[in-house]
Design a protein around this ligand. Structure first.
Ligand SMILES: [Zn+2]
Length: 111
């Protein structure tokens, strides 16, 4: 499965990535503002986070499964998912920058 590398998803992902950078300014993981002018390797640079990891069955390119996040938060989210899935789910509920209909599924996926 390399859905996110195929042409269709790649194009949709790029389109949605640009749209998110234009329309969102808050990190979906920590809830703080993101300065979209920052560039990697700045840890506060904007990245596009898959709300549900593609490896967990999340959509690779749908706008519904993508959110703005700091580079550092995105990386920490992966670490937390691996080590402490429950604490991450708890945080997600409290500080998400939008209501995520997937959050319940997300719990199921990670238990
Ligand atoms: Zn953040």
């Amino acid at each position: 499965m390399r859905l996110d590398k195929t042409g269709t998803h790649r194009a949709a992902y790029e389109r949605n990535r640009k749209r998110i950078l234009k329309t969102q300014n808050t990190c979906g993981i920590c809830g703080y503002p993101v300065d979209v002018t920052l560039k990697p390797p700045n840890p506060m640079a904007p990245t596009i986070d898959h709300i549900i990891a593609v490896s967990k069955g999340g959509h690779p390119s749908s706008l519904d499964n993508l959110q703005l996040a700091h580079a550092t938060c995105n990386r920490q989210k992966s670490d937390k998912l691996y080590m402490h899935p429950e604490s991450m789910v708890k945080e997600k509920k409290v500080i998400g920058n939008r209501n995520l209909p997937q959050s319940r599924d997300w719990i199921v996926f990670n238990v």
